[in-house]
Design a protein around this ligand. Structure first.
Ligand code: AQP
Length: 300
């Protein structure tokens, strides 16, 4: 692993899926790899336009949340995507026209990233970045590493209201998504109302019992236990009781993170400074790569 790049959209405080599918992995990877970039993808989030004041607040909330989860600006470059785009915007000005996966591919390639930790839902998007890298290399000579996905062991967390779909920040059903900053009462309520099925025993079979299996996955992921160990702990419990066990494990896991988020949210100038410093460093890294791309394609 030479260079890690990943991003998150500032569409509100991250949820369990973002944490278990991506952020937790990010925290581990910053320990293992010396060149790590994490981006708050504020331009991506404009696919669904927001009030500028709301976007500004969401950017700071997302930054506070991922710092609280253990992302350390001394071990990685943490920056906003929009701060980096000025370099490539100038005369062409086409950035606004680029669609989401193309913009994402540009972000990944601009730093010659070799590995991209993502949730399972992003693997298809990453394939586009791989195609573009290969296409470019064929035409202009070996230049970009073909970026590989790093998948977390918890692949996809499902909605608590409909286990057929993934847990998502934009889900209009309030009880479907557990934010990592939810209060203990909110967490208990959401798990109590979680959709399961008519069998009361706790088993793990994602295909035939997606609801209860999602609870088992969440329980295993937040406790760090295996599915087998978690099922062993659930022996003799019916799903209603089990939901409360899972809720309690989520409350325990996120209590310190929730406190830290609140503290960091009060220090707006610190959050802004972290993002500005990260952008400076990311720009320095990208500038020579961008120059070289321009030279290779004949813009210079
Ligand atoms: N349910 C999920 N399970 C596992 N991983 C997930 N990710 C998102 N949802 C799940 C992973 O989180 C990282 C950051 O995601 P994002 O901010 O780019 O948003 P998204 O993938 O579009 O999903 P969201 O957070 O639910 O937002 P909306 O509602 O806007 O679609 C990614 O690595 C993603 O794989």
């Amino acid at each position: 692993v030479d260079r890690i790049f990943s991003g998150i959209q500032p569409t509100g405080t991250p949820h369990l899926g973002n944490y278990l599918g991506a952020i937790q992995n990010w925290v581990n990877l910053q320990e293992e790899c010396s060149s790590v970039l994490y981006s708050i993808m504020d331009m991506h989030s404009l696919t669904m336009p927001k009030e500028p004041a709301v976007l500004r607040q969401n950017i700071l909330d997302t930054t506070a949340a991922i710092l609280a989860c253990g992302i350390d600006p001394k071990k990685c470059f943490l920056f906003r995507q929009s701060l980096m785009k000025r370099a490539s915007q100038n005369s062409e000005g086409t950035v606004g026209l680029l669609t989401y996966p193309v913009l994402q591919a540009a972000d990944i390639l601009l730093y010659k990233s070799t590995h991209v930790p993502v949730g399972e839902d992003q693997v298809l998007h990453l394939e586009l970045a791989q195609d573009i890298a290969q296409h470019f290399n064929k035409k202009y000579g070996e230049f970009f590493p073909v970026p590989k996905a790093i998948l977390s062991t918890t692949k996809k967390i499902k909605s608590l209201r409909d286990p057929a779909v993934k847990m998502s920040k934009s889900d209009p059903q309030k009880l479907a998504t557990v934010s990592i900053a939810d209060s203990p009462d909110e967490i208990v309520l959401k798990f109590r109302k979680a959709v399961t099925d008519f069998t009361s025993e706790v088993t793990y079979d994602p295909a035939s019992r997606p609801g209860v299996s999602n609870l088992v996955s969440i329980h295993a992921a937040v406790t760090g236990l295996s599915i087998k160990e978690v099922l062993h702990q659930a022996t003799g419990l019916d799903t209603a009781h089990y939901k409360m066990v899972v809720a309690e494990s989520v409350i325990q896991k996120f209590a310190p993170i929730r406190n830290e988020i609140k503290k960091l949210q009060e220090d707006k100038s610190y959050l802004i400074k972290v993002l500005e410093d990260g952008a400076e460093k990311a720009k320095e890294l990208a500038a020579p790569i961008y120059q070289e791309i321009r030279r290779l394609v004949g813009f210079q």
